[in-house]
Design a binder for this molecule. Structure first.
Ligand code: 5GP
Ligand code: MN
Length: 327
């Protein structure tokens, strides 16, 4: 059966069914959907008797603290240990380069299956299952595992549920459709502990996160006319507050919460001095802003990397001003 109008669905199911070992990777700096999809797919394929090698293309595959409770994390292997000769399943990667150091190996695999939900995905796979109408890659992985005959159990359902909860912003964004909620409800029926997950994911920050939040909110800049708000996190902030870089994702949601702005950005200084920029919108598209700066994402949530904070912020302000209200 073909799900979601993905023409290569049956071929992808067939390829996975025939593979005795599968390499799997999500995007670098993985979020809840990337990790949930990666671990659910790994647990499911393992249940079918396949050898699985889940990872992502970074020097260390340490799961961020707030996702460390996820079942299946014990299956993770170092990127260097991901075999190139196995079938390769890429998850939640909007572009090939999101595989980081594993991109080359993925492209060399006999079969590269690209499972993703980002608009503008560059179809880097030999088989591409790109469904932009679903909330999360986890939604697609759920159907994929079901078609493969995997028995969804509590562990797999937990990973999938985490992917859906995080990518829908706890079911509050426009991507949370009736189908999404029905699927989440089905997953709960496997015994998923939703309140426990909410605590692990959203209430497990270190104390220093409160101090960091204070800094970030205090220095937020509002461009009233452009209805644009932004703030930043420097490496010094992280060092002084003791917060890990992967524990800062929630801050953009606080900055965007003002009614004075429709577009929000968070600049995060990287170890090489460049800035990762996360953008969020309440309506007008930010996908194009990110894509034209070498990044990507969705229309209302996108990101890119820039060499300089102040010039980039000024550029965004100018572009938002030029686009006016109609963009
Ligand atoms: P975040 O701000 O949470 O890092 O990213 C928001 C959305 O944009 C996510 O769907 C993420 O996958 C996507 N995204 C962020 N940065 C990039 C990038 O550099 N390239 C691409 N293609 N997508 C990105
Ligand atoms: Mn996703």
């Amino acid at each position: 059966m073909t799900w979601f109008d993905a023409p290569e669905w049956d071929d992808a199911v067939e390829a996975l069914r025939g593979a005795s070992s599968v390499s799997l990777a999500c995007h670098i700096n993985p979020d809840g959907d990337a990790l949930g999809s990666l671990l659910a797919a790994s647990l499911g394929l393992k249940q079918l008797g396949k050898s699985v090698y889940p990872s992502w293309g970074a020097t260390s595959v340490e799961v961020p603290y707030s996702f460390s409770f996820l079942p299946g994390a014990d299956l993770l292997v170092r990127a260097a240990d991901v075999p190139a000769e196995a079938a390769f399943l890429a998850l939640d990667c909007g572009a090939g380069h999101r595989l980081g150091s594993l991109e080359e190996r993925a492209r060399a695999a006999p079969c590269l299956i690209n499972v993703d939900h980002h608009p503008g995905n560059d179809n880097f796979g030999t088989l591409n299952i790109v469904v932009t109408t679903v909330s999360s890659t986890a939604e697609i992985v759920t159907r994929l595992l079901q078609d493969l005959g995997v028995t969804i159990d509590k562990e797999i359902a937990t990973c999938l549920y985490v992917g859906i909860v995080t990518d829908t912003g706890r079911f509050q964004y426009a991507n949370s459709t009736p189908d999404t909620l029905r699927l989440a409800a089905d997953l709960l029926s496997f015994g998923v502990d939703a309140p426990q997950i909410a605590q692990e994911v959203y209430e497990s920050s270190p104390f220093g996160f409160l101090k960091l939040t204070g800094r970030v909110l205090d220095r937020a800049v509002l461009h009233e006319r452009e209805r644009f708000v932004y703030s930043w996190i420097s490496r010094k902030d992280l060092k002084e507050t003791g917060v890990a870089p992967d524990e800062t994702d929630a801050l953009i949601d606080l900055v965007r919460s003002t009614r004075a702005a429709d577009v929000a950005a968070m600049f995060k200084e990287q170890s090489d001095g460049s800035w990762r920029v996360s953008m969020r919108s309440k309506g007008r598209s930010v996908g194009a802003l990110a894509r034209s700066r070498g990044g990507g994402g969705h229309e209302l949530a996108a990101g890119f990397t820039a060499p300089d904070r102040e010039t980039t912020a000024a550029g965004l302000v100018a572009e938002l001003a030029a686009a006016g209200d109609g963009s």
